[in-house]
Design a binder for this molecule. Structure first.
Ligand code: SDX
Length: 429
């Protein structure tokens, strides 16, 4: 009769062990009993970059990388992108269920009425150089927010925890918009309460002298859909950073700052910025073969391609590609789109990429939309961080409430010097 166990024999001692298998995993700590003697610490796993290690149990987001499936709380991303709004998806991620009208109105109102930041934040942002990268400003300013809400340290108190979560979801767009306006040397535009989440962000970014800024409905909807597509993605680099940093029971502002820093990297959320720089560097369709050749010789990566989990087309990339056509109807086509489409066509017919299961990911086309909407390239990762805040916070709270979790403290394989005595400077060779 088949049993949910793994039988292992340690050939160093001839001893056998039976390890329980649950949810497709063995517990790493069950290996610790495998020793060669009483002095032996016991077996550990060695898994650099956590390629094959589950760090938690979660009910928030499900991905099937082979089938290109992505679901938030069981709802397929395609349906949410088509039928929902970002704030409704944020509620879903935080609470596990779609809201009723009253629940939604209360949630949306609480976010809307917390979009302002303390006036000191403006002076804080003023401290940055005019050409400071907005992600650097975002990381620092979110961390600084923690100093305005000392009670946020009470992560064990639900009401206090949820109050900070609302503040963070509400204030990320404001900080992002202020950072953008700072880089232009333009006055800040304060949030208004009668615009949608995406519309208010567009107003804070775009409004100049209009008495009232009315966002273009197509662009507002496209941005809101992009926010839905970027809201969560299970244990990616920045989310696992959020969990790891949050496991020390630091306040959520500091943990979100750490997650934002992780997202900033070009291999993660910074990829959308890197894609645009890559397309500009290629410059024209006839230079694509030369670029592809360089990638194959390891001289660079095809940014916006490949994924640790998706070994098929990223379902988000499909929707982003469709959104591009809708946005270009309003803004005019981004001339780099033709290069991107040709690059995808060539890559998806080239064995180097096909054999490595490298497909476009969410970052490949999103930057084309952001650029067509008038955002500078360095704002692209910021546009990723804004919506991902809801996912980070949902995952963070799940970690806080998970009784199996404690402060993260991985082990190592020590490869350094054995014991040696200190040598005075005068006696060193
Ligand atoms: C995001 O994890 C998430 O969920 C992230 C994210 C989210 O929503 O949070 O989906 C958002 O970060 C999307 C990914 C954005 N990053 C990029 O587009 C940057 C380019 N992509 C690569 O750097 C890479 O594909 C990663 C980082 C995304 C995944 O890297 P892995 O899983 O560590 O894969 P790997 O580096 O081990 O690559 C396997 C092989 C290697 O070749 P060989 O050594 O076998 O010869 O594929 C090659 C790699 O060199 N390869 C690429 C490539 N990506 C992988 N070659 C060229 N171009 C690429 N983009």
């Amino acid at each position: 009769m088949a049993k949910d166990t793994l039988s292992v024999t340690d050939n160093r001692t001839g001893k056998s062990y039976e390890l329980p298998i649950a949810d497709g995993c063995i517990r790493a700590m069950d290996l610790r009993q495998i020793k060669t003697g009483t002095q032996d610490f016991g077996l550990m796993t060695y898994d650099p970059a956590l390629l094959n290690t589950s760090i938690c149990r979660s009910t928030i987001t499900y991905i099937d990388g082979d089938k290109g499936v992505l679901m938030y709380r069981g709802y397929p991303i395609e349906q949410l992108a088509e039928k929902s709004t970002y704030l409704e998806v944020a509620y879903l991620l935080l609470n596990g269920e779609l809201p009723g009208q009253k629940q939604y109105d209360e949630f949306a109102n609480s976010v809307t009425t917390h979009t302002f930041v303390h006036e000191n934040i403006k002076s804080f942002i003023e401290g940055f150089r005019y050409d400071a990268h907005p992600m650097g400003m975002l990381v620092a300013t979110v961390a600084a927010l923690s100093t305005f809400y000392p009670e946020a340290k009470l992560v064990g108190d639900r009401a206090t925890r949820r109050a900070q979560m609302i503040r963070l979801i509400a204030k990320m767009p404001t900080i992002a918009a202020f950072s953008y306006r700072h880089s232009l040397g333009m006055p800040y535009v304060y949030p208004v309460n009668d615009l949608s989440f995406a519309g208010n962000f567009l107003a804070m970014v775009k409004r100049i002298a209009e008495v009232r800024y009315t966002p273009n409905k197509t662009l507002e909807r496209a941005l809101d859909t992009l926010f839905i597509l970027h809201a969560d993605h299970e244990q990616n680099c920045s989310t696992s950073a959020m969990r790891q940093v949050g496991s020390s029971r630091v306040d959520p502002y500091s943990a979100v700052a750490a997650a934002t820093a992780a997202l900033y990297g070009p291999l993660h959320g910074g990829a959308n910025e890197a894609v645009l720089r890559m397309l500009k560097e290629i410059g024209s369709k006839d230079r694509i073969p030369e670029f592809i050749k360089k990638v194959k010789t390891g001289e660079g990566k095809l940014m916006g391609f490949g994924h640790r989990v998706y070994k098929s087309y990223d379902p988000r990339a499909k929707r982003v590609k469709q959104l591009a056509d809708e946005v270009f109807e309003v803004t005019g086509k981004n001339p780099l789109l033709d290069i991107a489409l040709e690059l995808e066509r060539i890559a998806l017919s080239d064995d180097y990429f096909v054999s490595r299961k490298l497909y476009p990911n969410v970052d490949f086309y999103s930057g084309l939309i952001y650029q067509a909407m008038g955002f500078p390239v360095d704002m692209f990762p910021v546009l990723f961080a804004i919506p991902r805040t809801a996912g980070w916070l949902a995952q963070w709270e799940e970690m806080i409430l998970d009784e199996e979790q404690k402060i993260a403290r991985p082990r190592q394989i020590y490869m350094g010097s054995s014991k040696r005595d200190y040598v005075a400077m005068s006696e060193r060779k």
